[in-house]
Ligand binder design. Structure first.
Ligand code: GLC
Length: 530
């Protein structure tokens, strides 16, 4: 059983992201579900995480695998029932695990009753006012109202039968809500309370920098440089940090919403929290989401998008700590999620990718704040090449690009062939698993010294010995241009990003991500009192 940390639990927590479709399938339909998660919770508490975040399991036509919600207060039959959710929550709490659920407020599904009513009503009607319906440009309104593009490809507007257009920053089946309409925030307050009353510990807020759009919906300047990470050069993963001043993202009004939600969270016992999925241009803009009267955490995508470079990692660390420190918040760190290429693959794949993946994990776990890990990274899973005819990501279906399926393959739990005990039914699950995954399954790695799974377990256990006591101060150390080195209390962490080994300072080696402390692509943790 995990030992709960003291203080607000989220401040130093390690949170494990569960992509519900691909974690564990109890009913044998090839898609993961809530009872599947409940049955595997002991695995997560043994692993040593403090919390889980579950991606959307609400009623949904599944065009964007649950990020298109038709009923925010019910469970999709694909994933189970509300009773299954209560059972999951109860078991997680028994095991000392906190539970964060995903809230999708920027858009609903086009199957949501509000959007269905909007389609059935006339232009200018109150039903349409909850979404962003507009007349088109051009002589007969045949041009979209502005030049905005959808994140999933193509224009962000779709025309309905009577000639009006509606905005969707994502898929056509995900119409954006108009958050200036009072019924919209009122509905989401009810949704927050519905899940808080059931006992959830927090919310991951999807597209948390969305919701409010610049007044008048002005054209965007797509010629402005986007500070993209290295991840999207040949693949359309969503690491496309916005440039400053984009009219659809990061508008000041969104912060009043989080001030309101802060009050709602605070009105419940037990340190309930919100973590923002806000892709911001800079760490400073990121920190606005975690001002004292707003949300508790925000994902730090600047860490995830940094290239393999000691200088780049150091810059993100100091930039992040300065930014969150300036508002009195704590940091978060993340390497992978269900939207980006798995980090072992990003770091070159194969033996080198694995070595760098372990090294990056230890660097992240040494830092003050909270860390998020994504299901399957504890098994060393790599991005999978899904053939075009089997792709299911709407982004891929619209653009024909590779899309995000490759990081969403169902987990291998044991056995020699697919579905590797992902579910009880023989054969491939909803996305096919590679042949080579038998050796990577939980059963194949459990108890095996040197396996990625045992490495993660050990790293989390050792982290627990200093996470709360090493303090929030990080002092950068100069061990050469290729080495990221810092001290945090008695802990010294050094990540050698260079090609040659470096000498390790004096101290007791607590953990090393490779065989030899100080070696290339290796992180070493030392206990080294001042
Ligand atoms: C977020 C989710 C992503 C989803 C999108 C639209 O970025 O992480 O998976 O497609 O929002 O809801």
């Amino acid at each position: 059983m995990s030992t709960p940390l003291t203080g607000p639990w989220w401040k130093h927590a390690v949170c494990y992201q569960i992509y519900v479709r691909s974690f564990a399938d109890a009913d044998g339909d090839g898609v993961g579900d809530l009872p599947g998660i409940t049955a595997r919770l002991p695995y997560l508490s043994d692993l040593g995480v403090d919390a889980i975040w579950i991606t959307p399991f609400y009623t949904s036509p599944q065009h964007d695998h649950g990020y298109d919600v038709a009923d925010y207060c019910d469970v999709d039959p694909l994933f189970g029932t509300l009773t299954d959710f209560d059972a999951l929550l109860g078991r997680a709490h028994e095991l000392g695990l906190r539970v964060i659920v995903d809230l999708v407020p920027n858009h609903t599904s086009s199957a949501h009753p509000w959007f269905q009513a909007a389609l059935a009503a006339a232009p200018g009607s109150p039903e349409r006012a909850r979404y962003l319906f507009r007349d088109g440009m051009g002589e007969n309104g045949e041009e979209p109202p502005n030049n905005w593009k959808s994140i999933f490809g193509g224009q962000a507007w779709t025309r309905v039968e009577d000639g009006q257009w509606y905005l969707h920053l994502f898929d056509t089946t995900q119409p954006d809500l108009d958050w200036t309409h009072p019924e919209v925030p009122a509905m989401f307050e009810d949704v927050l309370r519905f899940w808080l009353d059931r006992g959830v510990d927090g919310f991951r807020i999807d597209v948390a920098h969305g919701m409010y759009k610049a007044p008048g919906l002005p054209d965007a300047d797509y010629s402005a440089p986007h500070p993209v990470g290295p991840l999207d050069q040949d693949d359309p993963s969503m690491v496309d940090l916005p440039s400053k001043d984009e009219p659809m993202w990061d508008q000041p009004e969104v912060h009043n919403l989080y001030r309101r939600w802060h009050q709602i969270l605070a009105s419940y016992d037990g340190d309930r929290m919100g973590v923002a999925e806000a892709w911001t241009a800079t760490p400073e803009a990121m920190a606005h989401y975690v001002r004292p009267d707003e949300l508790q955490q925000t994902f730090n995508f600047h860490w995830l998008s940094a290239p393999w470079s000691a200088a780049a990692f150091a810059e993100v660390i100091t930039g992040t700590l300065d930014a969150v420190g300036s508002v009195g918040a704590s940091a978060t760190w993340v390497l992978s999620n269900h939207d980006v290429i798995r980090h072992v693959t990003r770091y070159g794949g194969g033996a080198r990718g694995q070595a760098r993946g372990r090294a990056a994990l230890l660097a992240m776990l040494a830092l003050p704040g909270s860390a998020y890990i994504y299901q399957g990274e504890e098994l060393g899973l790599e991005q999978v090449a899904v053939p075009p005819e089997l792709r299911r990501d709407p982004r891929s279906l619209v653009t024909g690009l590779v899309g995000r399926d490759g990081c969403r393959i169902p987990l291998p739990w044991g056995g020699e062939q697919p579905p590797y005990e992902f579910g009880p039914t023989a054969g491939q699950p909803w996305l096919p698993q590679p042949e080579a995954w038998a050796a990577l399954s939980v059963a194949a790695q459990k108890g095996v010294a040197g396996s990625t799974l045992e490495f993660y377990r050990e790293a989390l256990a050792v982290r627990r010995t200093f996470a709360e006591t090493a303090g929030d101060e990080v002092e950068m150390l100069d061990l050469g241009a290729d080495v990221l080195a810092f001290r945090r209390g008695d802990l010294v962490c050094l990540l050698n990003c260079g090609a040659t080994a470096v000498e390790v300072p004096e101290g007791e080696v607590l953990l090393c991500s490779g065989d030899v402390p100080g070696a290339s692509d290796t992180t070493t943790w030392l206990r080294s009192p001042h």
